[in-house]
Ligand binder design. Structure first.
Ligand code: ADP
Length: 365
């Protein structure tokens, strides 16, 4: 096998993706380890990422690669082993008690399983009002805000507030979860697999709702999913995660068209094709991902990578900038030379928004 040797100068190496705008969320060298029966699970291993105001950053990777742990560590629901989580410049990882709770109101999370995430014994009006009660908002204002946000997510407050979660479908429960997350008008919404548990026909409705809420409330989104088609449909930029590490970051359309990391490429090839007469991809990675208890030396993807050499076992490739806004952690990236086509357009640019809308429909067919 001959490998194209990348012609990228060493000074392009970078710790994390830098952009010209001030990041709303900046994750620096984040490490999360779980201690289980004497073993250490390396769930997140030195991740650095930025989320810019107003953008949707998609985080994608196989199940178990550390996406949820990363999302929860941002909110400090899982305490990081090391690293920093800067929200508007303040390090959440250093904060405790009241100040952390106060800042965390501006970052909210929606979960994969909407039904399980709602307390079955509480009425919807109380579930959505709960964050307002904790924030000390008075009754009349609470009522007004709950009604407003339920209406915004497409539910009739009069028919919803007095009922219990089991009286609603999965899609309606996800609408309620979104309402609860938005009632305090956060700036950053972390969506952790928000449509994975829903019927395929409902997915497009919820993805469209998230997009509408993003515009209405001026949100910034970190959108976590294992399904690439879903991530493509909502994201301005995408970060690809493998076994606790970020292996590639770039603008969505460019990354999907010209993947630079072999793992991104095989993930893209693994998207099921609707036409059974088309041959399956040849380039699929071999076997299961290695255990995060004993990750491989060097590049963690090397044990499944068709391009791996001895260098990949000996040296961990840093996340380096191939072209403006395009970062890859690979000794042998699939794109050898910086190309304007793989550069990152401004987040929320109009043509990207049109492409996302078409992808939302396709992702759920
Ligand atoms: P993903 O969201 O990509 O599916 P997770 O963040 O849920 O990945 O998990 C990453 C790794 O950490 C997996 O190996 C998982 O088994 C492990 N893990 C997650 N939560 C815990 C926990 N509370 N205790 C121990 N191991 C955990």
């Amino acid at each position: 096998m001959t490998l194209a040797v990348p012609a990228i100068p060493a000074h392009h190496a970078a710790d994390f993706p830098r952009r010209d705008r001030q990041a709303l969320l900046r994750i620096e060298n984040l490490v999360v380890e779980y201690h289980v029966h004497g073993n250490i699970v390396h769930a997140v291993s030195g991740v650095s990422l930025e989320v810019l105001p107003g953008e949707t950053l998609g985080l994608v990777g196989e199940s178990g690669c550390g996406k949820s742990t990363l999302g929860r560590a941002v909110l400090q629901l899982v305490r990081p082993t090391s690293g920093r989580v800067l929200f508007e410049g303040k390090d959440l990882a250093e904060m405790r008690g009241g100040p952390l709770r106060l800042l965390r109101r501006r970052l909210q999370l929606i979960f994969q399983d909407p039904i399980a995430s709602l307390n079955p014994r509480r009425r919807i009006g109380d579930i959505v009002a709960e964050p307002l009660i904790i924030a000390g908002i008075g009754k009349a204002e609470r009522q007004r805000r709950v009604r407003e946000v339920l209406g915004a997510v497409g539910l009739d407050p009069d028919l919803t507030m007095g009922r219990l979660p089991h009286e609603f479908s999965g899609g309606q429960c996800q609408r309620i979860s979104i309402a609860r997350a938005l009632v305090l008008e956060p700036q950053l919404l972390i969506c952790d697999e928000p449509v994975s548990a829903l019927d395929v026909l409902i997915r497009a409705q919820i993805l469209n709702l998230i997009e509408t809420m993003k515009a209405r409330y001026g949100l910034t989104l970190l959108f976590i999913a294992h399904d690439l088609a879903v991530v493509k449909a909502v994201s301005d930029r995408v970060a690809v995660m493998y076994l606790g590490k970020i292996v590639e970051v770039g603008a969505t359309q460019a990354l999907f068209r010209f993947p630079a990391h072999p793992y991104t490429s095989v993930l893209l090839e693994a998207i099921p094709l609707p036409d059974p007469s088309i041959a399956p991809p040849e380039n699929v990675p071999v076997g299961e991902p290695p255990s995060p208890i004993a990750p491989p030396s060097g590049c963690r993807f090397r044990t499944r990578c068709p391009r791996a050499t001895e260098l990949c076992a000996a040296e961990e490739p840093p996340l380096r900038e191939l072209a403006p806004g395009r970062f890859v952690a690979c000794h042998y990236p699939l794109i050898a030379t910086p190309d304007p086509l793989i550069a990152t357009p401004a987040p929320c640019d109009a043509s990207a928004a049109g492409a996302k809308e078409a992808d939302r429909t396709r992702a759920t067919q």
